[in-house]
Design a protein around this ligand. Structure first.
Ligand code: HEC
Length: 124
């Protein structure tokens, strides 16, 4: 009886571990995702600037507008031509339907980290 219980328990543990691995697989981008600027991007920008088609009900507005304008790639995380200076200015001022993000929401230090994240793949 104990042996049978043991094997049932082992099977359950195995099933649980397998499920956890399937639900939460290690992704290739995990090292980059750990960048502090990535957290700020996810919090303040992703909703409008994620890659199309996006996970929400509507296409992400920023990516959509930029794509319509012919910017390619249109999602900010894939860009290699943005300057830290223009990102900092745009985030504080906002543009069109993009709202300004205040220092009480995103500190200057966090904005620097965000700009560093979005320019990480720029050619020197
Ligand atoms: C409510 C949606 C919204 C949010 C939130 C938002 N944006 Fe935008 N963003 C837009 C739209 C729409 C545009 C295109 C504006 C235009 O030029 O007409 C844009 C444009 C930009 C551009 C200019 C890109 C280019 O090629 O001209 C940058 C850079 C940018 N956003 C960065 C950010 C960052 C960084 C954040 C987060 C702090 C952010 N945005 C948050 C909607 C948003």
């Amino acid at each position: 009886m104990t042996a049978r219980l043991n094997s049932i328990c082992s099977a359950l543990v195995l099933a649980l571990v397998t499920t956890m691995c399937v639900i939460n697989p290690a992704r290739a981008g995990d090292a980059v995702n750990a960048a502090p600027g990535k957290a700020a991007f996810d919090r303040w920008c992703l909703g409008c600037h994620e890659a199309l088609p996006g996970r929400g009900w509507d296409p992400p507005a920023g990516t959509f507008v930029l794509q319509q304008r012919g910017v390619s790639p249109a999602d900010l995380e894939s860009r290699t031509d943005l300057s830290a200076q223009s990102i900092r200015a745009l985030v504080r001022s906002g543009i069109n339907i993009m709202p300004p993000t205040r220092k009480t929401e995103l500190s200057d230090k966090q904005l620097d980290e965000l700009a560093a994240y979005l320019t990480r793949n720029n050619k020197p």
